[in-house]
Structures are given as C-alpha cells and as structure tokens.
Write a protein that binds this ligand. Structure first.
Ligand SMILES: Cc1cc2nc3c(=O)[nH]c(=O)nc-3n(C[C@H](O)[C@H](O)[C@H](O)COP(=O)(O)OP(=O)(O)OC[C@H]3O[C@@H](n4cnc5c(N)ncnc54)[C@H](O)[C@@H]3O)c2cc1C
Length: 497
C-alpha cells in the first residue's frame, strides 16, 4: 500500500492554497476553512461529532422523491463498534433508548411526535486527529509507504482496458513521484476526489467518463443558520438541559432532529437543531482554543498562562464536570439555536473544472452551488416544529426562544444567510445505473473499475447527520472488501518526507 498525501504533518500555507476554488457566485464559502491538507486530513480541525445517518434517511423517501441508498446499509452498522473503539468512545446508544444515561433526570419530553432526540458522540480533543490517534499503528505497519507533500496531479491510463495504470504526484520543489498499481482509492475529500476524476477524464479527452452524466453533479453540503437566541432566564436549568454531557468520559451533544413523522407529513428533507455557545471573550473560549491546539498539535505557552489565570472559572467548571457530568456554561454566555438542514441533490449544483490553474498547472475545481427552495422549506418546517416543541415541553418558561428576524418572517429567506457546514457530498454519487451515477454499490467507478472512491462524494443523499462517521464506515467496508473479509484494521507507518 502506498498512501499519497498532499500535505505534511502540520499546516503548510502553500499547500493549503491548493484548496482554492473557482467560485463564480461566491456562494460556496467552505473551500478554504472547511478542509485541510495534511496527514489526518480535516480531522486536524473537525469538531468530532459522530452520529449515524438514520435508517429512514437511507431508505426510500417518496415524499421528497429520493430513492434509497443502493446498498445493504446494515452492513455499515457492523463498523460502528469498531470505529467507537478506535476513537476510544463509549458505545451506548445514540437515540432515545440511551436517555437514562444522557438525561437521567428526565428533563426532556419523552413522546414528541415531530422532534426526535439523539446524542452525537465526540472523542476527546486529543483523539480527534486521526494522524495522532493512529500514530503508533502508522509506525508499526510494515507494508505501507506514506509519501507526504505529494500532490496527485497526473494519470497514466490504459485506454484499451479502461483502467488506471498509474498516477504522478509532485511536491512544491518540483520533484515527481510515479506510482503504478493494480488498484487505486481516491480518499481526497469530496471536492478533491471529484476534481481528480474530472482531471482523469480530461486526460482521456473525455472518453473515460463519456457515458456518465453524474460526474461532478448533485454537489451538496449541509446548510446551517442560527434561528433563535435562547434566553437563559434560568441559567442553571438551561445549563442542565443543553450543555454537553459526558457518558463514560465521552462527550455527548444534543441533536433535536426533525422526526420521520414530521418529514413525511411536511414533505421535508431532514434537519436537526443544536445549541451553539457564543463564547466571545469567555474563559471557555480560552479552554476551547487550548483543546483545539492539542488537536492541531500546536499549543503555545501564552495559551497555558491564559488558562491558569482563570482559576475561579475552572473551579466551577470542574464541579459541573465531575459532580454533574456536564460542561459549565457561564451565565453571561448566550446560547444560539442552530439548524442544520439537508440539501437535496440537484443536478445544477456541480463541481467542474475551471479554466484557472493551481500552482501545479492543474485546473482548479469550479463550484456552481446555490441553496434552493427545498432547503428553505426544510428550515421553515424545522423552525415551526421547534417552536411548538419549546412551548409544549415548557422550555419557554425558563429559556424562551427569541427567533431571528428571518426565522420569524417567512418573507426573509433563511437560505440567503445560511452557510455551508463543511460537509460536502454527492458529486461522485453511488448508484446502480452507470449513466446516472459515478460509482456502484461497491464504491468502484463504473467507468474505471480499478478506482474506488472513499468519500462523502459517493453519498446519493446526505441526510442531516454529520458525515464523517458514515465516511469512516464506508472506508472500513471498502478496505475489508480488498482484503476479502472482515479484519481488524491495523492502521498504518511512519511518515516519510
Ligand atoms: C471546522 C470543521 C468541523 C467539522 N466538524 C465535523 C463534525 O463534528 N462531524 C463530522 O462528521 N464532520 C465534521 N467536519 C467534516 C469532516 O472534517 C470531514 O467530513 C472529513 O474530514 C472528511 O474526511 P475525508 O477523509 O473524506 O477528507 P479530508 O479529511 O479532507 O482528507 C482528504 C485528504 O486528501 C488529501 N488530498 C486532497 N487532494 C489531494 C491530492 N491531489 N493528492 C494527494 N492528497 C490529496 C488532503 O490533503 C487531505 O489530507 C468538520 C469539518 C471542519 C472543517
């Protein structure tokens, strides 16, 4: 196995520039702050929220004209425990059946028809970055070469057999690495995996993917918008309700999801609400900065000193953490109610090649992407049900919602200010029919079968769940498919320059 990684073990500004895109409408804002090059990829920055995409979202959804994913999705469930073990997180349920652990005092209503409660799991910040988490295994695995600073930028094709023969990668000094192999896996993130297939197609003068209408199309991201501020009239109880909690040392984050019933009833796509803290200049911001530094492997002594200067805050935080199993949110911190909505696949939302080049002479990705009425409808449906949920549960007595002007007034489109969540997907979609999809259920390209894609770009629809848990399940399944059966993953070798 040879792993070719564009970045290094830490951030490099010149390499990061390779993520620049051509964005004619200026609408897709997450190309540069939504993905990061380097060993471990964007896991050096991600929030670590893991939650399975729901069975309902993976099945057929005739009310919104979306077919089921064309795979036996139960096989993905088999990887759940394995991934939780890798990230050293607790294995209790994500859904309401685990309520006794995450809501021991029964603060949330049990039977709400339109809002479903689930709890994402987050690894410890030190374990979020997979390059750090798997460092030992990377050292120990003998049959893997890792090339860092090597950006794949060219392809050698076996046109007679319709296969990829080899790839070439370059570093910033102009050195070239050529690899010939039997099989290739693109795991370059949704945008770059799509761009690489486009570049391969261009190299073949459009012959490789001539019969495929889907390459680059149906590009999606989740859309997020703040829909309300939560007035912490009773700060203590609000903290009890909405602050992160810990179950067996695993942080759990509340997802208030639009239920299956509500989605059907309102012919809506999927969405969930979560609580965001406006940390501003709070000591919690210093703490988060410090923990993020651990994740990025970049902590300064100034950060440590800043933390030590906040003794009073830490005493209260320690009390909440260990006596109540929750994060302490200082009273002056505002809480925002955020909605994250699924974007439905639309052919016009697409990635193609720009006529502008990057420093390696590769054509940049051009992203044509606009939110649509379907997302506006999903936002409106979710806000209506959340508003009812707040009143019905009695939350409005001690932490009422103050809706934003757009959430309150249907004449102001929420999608105009909603931003992408850095969860790109869909542009090399999986399907059974080669003209309408890029990869088959085995994740191999219909057009070039010795290339597989391990990325959210294969998602035919995205649901509203954060994508990485699903990406990892599919990647493990793919790895097992090459190995001819289920194996315990032993991940992988010392980085070499
Ligand atoms: C701030 C932030 C918070 C997030 N929070 C969450 C969260 O809480 N939960 C969640 O599920 N998701 C979250 N995400 C999204 C998550 O990070 C991505 O879904 C995930 O990292 C995608 O994994 P990937 O391996 O497909 O792509 P990446 O992690 O982007 O990795 C792709 C790798 O491919 C390399 N590469 C690209 N092009 C080339 C090339 N030409 N040659 C060689 N190498 C190349 C890149 O350098 C990179 O290392 C977040 C993202 C961000 C930015």
């Amino acid at each position: 196995m040879v792993l070719i990684e564009s970045g290094y073990t830490s951030f490099d500004a010149d390499i990061h520039k390779l993520n620049e895109i051509d964005d004619p409408t200026g609408r897709y804002t997450r190309a540069l702050d939504g993905r990061f090059r380097g060993l471990g990829g964007s896991s050096s920055r991600w929030g670590g929220r893991m939650i399975p995409i729901s069975a309902y979202e993976l099945g057929p959804r005739p009310d919104i004209a979306q077919p089921a994913w064309p795979i036996d999705t139960e096989m993905l469930d088999d990887y759940e425990r394995e991934i939780e073990a890798i990230f050293q997180i607790d294995n209790s349920p994500y859904d309401n059946s685990g309520s006794a652990r995450v809501d021991p005092n029964g603060l949330f209503p049990r039977d709400e028809k339109h809002i479903t409660r689930r709890w994402a799991k987050c690894p410890d910040y030190r374990n979020c970055n997979v390059a750090t988490l798997l460092a030992k295994q990377l050292k120990d695995l003998k049959n893997l070469d890792i090339w860092l600073g090597a950006t794949v930028c060219d392809f050698s094709l076996d046109s007679d057999r319709g296969r990829l023969r080899g790839i070439a990668a370059q570093n910033l000094n102009g050195n070239t690495l050529s690899i010939v192999a039997d099989d290739f896996i693109l795991a370059a993130g949704a945008i770059e995996s799509t761009r690489l297939l486009h570049l391969l197609d261009a190299k073949s003068e459009g012959r490789a993917f001539a019969g495929c209408h889907a390459l680059g199309r149906y590009f999606q991201d989740h859309l997020k918008a703040k829909v309300a501020t939560i007035n912490r009239r009773n700060a203590h109880l609000t903290n009890r309700l909405f602050a992160y909690r810990f179950v067996n040392s695993t942080r759990r984050d509340l997802h208030l999801e639009l239920s299956e019933h509500a989605q059907r009833q309102d012919a809506s796509a999927s969405a969930f609400a979560y609580i965001a803290m406006d940390l501003a200049s709070s000591p919690l911001a210093d703490l988060r900065q410090f923990l993020r530094g651990l994740q990025k492997r970049d902590v300064s002594s100034r950060q440590v000193l800043q933390l030590l200067g906040n003794g009073g805050f830490f005493a209260r935080a320690a009390y909440w953490r260990y006596a109540k199993g929750q994060v302490f949110i200082p009273e002056d911190i505002d809480l925002g109610l955020m909605v994250c909505a699924e974007q439905l696949p639309v052919a016009a939302n697409r990635i193609r090649l720009s006529d502008k080049d990057d420093r390696f002479g590769m054509r940049k990705a051009r992203i044509e992407w606009t939110p649509t009425y379907a997302e506006e409808h999903t936002f409106r449906t979710t806000i209506r049900h959340l508003d009812f949920y707040w009143r019905n549960s009695g939350f409005d007595r001690f932490c009422p919602l103050k809706l934003t002007p757009a959430a309150e007034n249907a004449a102001i489109p929420i999608i105009d200010d909603a931003e992408a969540c850095a969860h790109p997907s869909g542009s090399t979609r999986m399907g059974l029919n080669p003209p309408d999809s890029v990869v088959g259920p085995d994740l191999r390209c219909h057009a070039v079968p010795n290339i597989a894609v391990a990325s959210s770009s294969v998602f035919p629809t995205a649901g509203s769940a954060n994508p990485t848990f699903t990406i990892m399940k599919m990647a493990l399944w793919l790895a097992d498919s090459y190995l001819g059966g289920k194996v315990t993953p032993k991940a992988v070798l010392e980085p070499t320059a």
